[in-house]
Design a protein around this ligand. Structure first.
Ligand SMILES: C[S@@+](CC[C@H](N)C(=O)[O-])C[C@H]1O[C@@H](n2cnc3c(N)ncnc32)[C@H](O)[C@@H]1O
Length: 421
């Protein structure tokens, strides 16, 4: 194999596996490809794989201009990845073209076509970098589920969804943030964006357990919470890998942690150990959670389509199938019902999803409140004069993938539900 061919073949195989078998990036089969790679190649593989998926709609537009015949999946994936490297990542075109042609030969793809198309694209690359896409170029299922979007929302989404995410971190205390050894753009007295995204796991204070990575949007709802004296018992119904639980634990509260997924519980345990937090963990399907104990505060960070995290999980748009919305809506509803039964009077459910689609957010809350007259939508807890109060409207936090302080944040939804009798 020529230099650079193996890593590019790995990228092709990962993309093919995501598209063809509807796999997520943390699927064991995909992790196996990455684990087998040399450490120095892993960042190349991640960079090209993720950006090929983020920029697929742009590269498909380019392909349409240069190729008139219908392409096979392999051919399309190989071209998407090569165009991303040449046009958008600025890699040396001769290396990309040579390796891609070699891979095409091995995959029994018509390599003459690949060669000539990539050469023509290389010549036009500066012009092609400005390729624009339209909202209707996004997957059909997504366009349908957002049919209520205003022009402003459609534009905001199209301008933001393909950008690389920024890294937002949360500290156990203000003191730990003040002692941080790296540059940080503060978003609160315990959180901020890292200025340098490289090798964060080697930073001493990370190893020491002073902070964890958590997107600003997912951090925001609990950061505003001042825990009342009457709220003594906490449950996190879907806790792994743990960001929300760490926020509660860092405010010196005990919380029972539950998750159905044993693999994710392993990560949760590893995180708790590094952060030097202690918590009881249970491994139940929350919809079947025993009713023997009641709680004053239930964090319900429910499974969802995760479209709010599209920058971190661009495979959501790359897979050949849409998320299973019937399943997700059903489980979200059942989890809310279960949480309502486990809550003490005057208790709170904090319902959250990393989605902004009405179907999994407002519609779910309306359905719940219509069924449960003993609940009301509570005030969204906001720190006085919060500069981010614009993220909350009518006591609901809802945001598309957006920017604050010129840094990228995820799309998100949160609502506090109070049991009044
Ligand atoms: C959005 S993630 C939770 C993220 C977590 N709260 C955090 O802050 O890191 C949703 C979690 O729900 C879990 N889950 C999915 N179905 C479940 C069920 N029926 N019962 C309990 N947990 C479930 C998944 O394993 C996943 O870890």
């Amino acid at each position: 194999m020529i230099k650079g061919e193996k890593v590019r073949l790995d990228v092709h195989n990962i993309l093919y596996s995501i598209y063809k078998f509807n796999r997520t990036l943390n699927n064991p089969k995909i992790l196996k490809i990455i684990d087998k790679s040399k450490t120095k190649d892993i960042s190349f593989i991640n960079n090209v794989t993720l950006n090929s998926m983020r920029l697929q709609f742009h590269t498909l537009k380019i392909i349409q201009k240069y190729v008139k015949k219908k392409l096979r999946i392999n051919e399309k994936i190989l071209l998407i990845s090569a165009i991303t490297q040449i046009v958008f990542l600025g890699f040396k075109e001769y290396a990309v073209i040579n390796c891609t042609v070699e891979i095409a030969k091995k995959l029994k793809i018509y390599h003459g076509l690949v060669n000539s198309v990539l050469k023509r694209i290389s010549v036009d690359k500066s012009k092609l970098k400005k390729t624009k896409i339209k909202f209707d170029d996004l997957p059909n299922w997504f366009v349908k589920k957002t049919s209520y979007f205003s022009k402003f929302e459609r534009n905001k989404f199209i301008n933001n969804f393909h950008l690389e995410p920024d890294i937002h971190v949360v500290f156990k205390s203000t003191k730990k943030l003040n002692n941080f050894e790296k540059k940080i753009i503060k978003t609160s007295d315990v959180s901020g964006f890292l200025e340098n995204k490289n090798n964060i796991k080697n930073i001493n204070s990370f190893v020491e357990g002073d902070w964890w990575v958590q997107d600003f949007s997912s951090f925001f709802p609990l950061n505003n919470l001042t825990i009342e004296n009457t709220h003594k018992s906490f449950l996190d119904a879907c806790a792994a890998p743990g960001g929300k639980a760490f926020q509660i634990l860092s405010k010196n509260n005990k919380i029972l942690l539950n998750d159905k997924n044993l693999f994710r519980i392993k990560t949760l345990k590893k995180n708790l150990k590094r952060l030097k937090f202690n918590s009881k963990i249970v491994n139940e399907d929350f919809t079947k959670f025993p009713k023997s104990e009641k709680f004053d505060f239930i964090v319900l960070d429910a499974p969802c389509s995760a479209v709010g995290t599209i920058r971190k999980n661009p495979e959501i748009f790359f897979k050949s199938e849409a998320p299973d919305f019937d399943y997700l809506s059903n489980i979200q509803e059942k989890m809310l019902d279960k949480a309502s039964l486990l809550l003490n009077n005057n208790g709170l459910i904090l319902y959250m999803v990393c989605s902004f689609l009405e179907y999994e957010t407002k519609v779910q809350i309306d359905k719940f409140l219509n069924k449960n007259s003993n609940f009301k939508l509570d005030n969204f807890k906001l720190i006085k004069n919060s500069e981010y109060s614009g993220l909350v409207k009518n006591n609901l936090m809802i945001t598309l993938p957006d920017k604050i302080l010129e840094k990228n944040i995820d799309g998100y939804f949160a609502a506090y539900l109070k049991k009044i009798r």
